[in-house]
Design a binder for this molecule. Structure first.
Ligand SMILES: [Zn+2]
Length: 80
């Protein structure tokens, strides 16, 4: 049992390219208060671990706590 779990983890972790090298950011906007924010893609990847492939997860708005939604915009940006 334990061996099988280790194999799965090895396959899943190799393609992960997260960390400071990845400057890709996704733009999210709150539909309640209009707050928008560029969120590093590697953070979204961590939120997306239980989503279907290609589905962008929702994140909570830091201003009002309501869900923020992906606007469809993705850019390479330097960290603020
Ligand atoms: Zn908000």
């Amino acid at each position: 049992m334990a061996d099988k779990i280790d194999e799965v983890w090895d396959e899943d972790t190799i393609p992960f390219q997260d960390g400071p090298e990845d400057r890709s950011h996704h733009k999210y906007r709150c539909q309640s208060c209009g707050f928008s924010e560029w969120i590093p893609a590697w953070i979204i990847d961590e939120f997306a671990w239980d989503e279907e492939p290609g589905v962008m997860p929702d994140v909570d708005c830091p201003e009002c706590g309501r869900p923020m939604f992906y606007t469809g915009e993705t850019e390479d940006r330097d960290r603020p």
